[in-house]
Ligand binder design. Sequence first.
Ligand code: OSB
Ligand code: MG
Length: 408
Amino acid sequence: MSILLQHLLHDGHRCAIFCRAMQGSSKIIDYQTTTLAPGIKLERVEIRLIRLPLIEPFETSFGKIDSRLIFLVCIEADGLRGWGEVVAAEEPLYSYETVGTALHVIRDFLGPAVLNRPLASLDDLAKCLAPFRGHNMAKAGLELAFMDLLAQLNEQSLSALLGGELKRVAVGVSLGIQPSISRLLERVERYLRLGYQRIKLKIRPGWDLDVVDEVRRKYPNILLSVDANSAYTINDREHLQRLDDFKLLMIEQPLQHDDLMDHARLQEIMKTRICLDESIVSLRQAKLALELDSCRIINIKVGRVGGYSEALAIHDLCVGREIPVWCGGMLESGIGRAHNIALASLKGFTLPGDISASSRYFERDIISPEVVVGADGTVAVPDGKGLGFEVDVDLIEQLTDTRIDITG
Ligand code: OSB
Ligand code: MG
């Protein structure tokens, strides 16, 4: 049994943990059926951890991974199941949250807080989660599952429930740091041929100016951006200014995650627009960033900001201020990917999102049909109920490493 699991197993009466390594197979636990009126009452929250290998390693300025431990959240009410995904990674590198912290927080606090009370809207759910500080990715997992459920109950698509209007969303690809420039150029060529509308290059000191120069030289007219994932400091300002030569669509998160001041200082001297990712963890931080002119583009990740209520508010703020918005990605499984597609169908998402085809990352996805990118670099927004994709429950069951049931 993993150290993580040994640590997490405890005698709490509200949850049952099923671990493949421990029991051989998972079991279903009974729960009490509750009435629905006046709002939905969530009867059960289920966590599933499944490991999905990546087709090729993904390297950023903060590390390299070759698989994703996917954290799924399933909630049940009125015989229906809603699915969400917690985008936290195994290590606290992109954010302080991890699979372990999210598991703890959902099992011990957030899950019990949302069970068995009438929830008529997303707002009601958000109010149950609001007292708990931080842990946005954990909160988002519940909000996502809840909105899938609500859409199914309303017999509408998630996109329609969110107020999305686009039928297809524009997408780009995020290319990790490669062992060589020639390998990177080969990847750029591949994804352009597949139709992706924008190429984003991960950069870090030592893998930046020369690399961008080569790509730009070979493709003078493509939409090209870079993402530093906080690899620089304001002392690198002159170095970063040299990126202004490459007609980049944006530079994403060059400086520290909690440093809006230095981003504003850098934006003042750079022509290239700064886009904030890690720094935008709430509507308040988004307002502050725009007030300070720390960025001129915002990347919305529903997980990073704590769910749909905050994501929609940030979207509306940006639309009001004419700040372009795009949908970020966290190497999600099909479930998180389906949520991203629904979110990106809102009108304010005017730049291509990091929403790749399932096959860009995984051999086999856990939804059907898988997400596909058309030759025009767009992804269709499904109009079926809820996520609009079938969740492959059998495959999830087969892949389940850890399962936790939380009941009231
Ligand atoms: O900074 O946008 C990022 C992946 C993991 C963590 C952070 C980031 C990313 C990506 C990949 O860039 C986006 C995707 O295709 O899901
Ligand atoms: Mg980023």
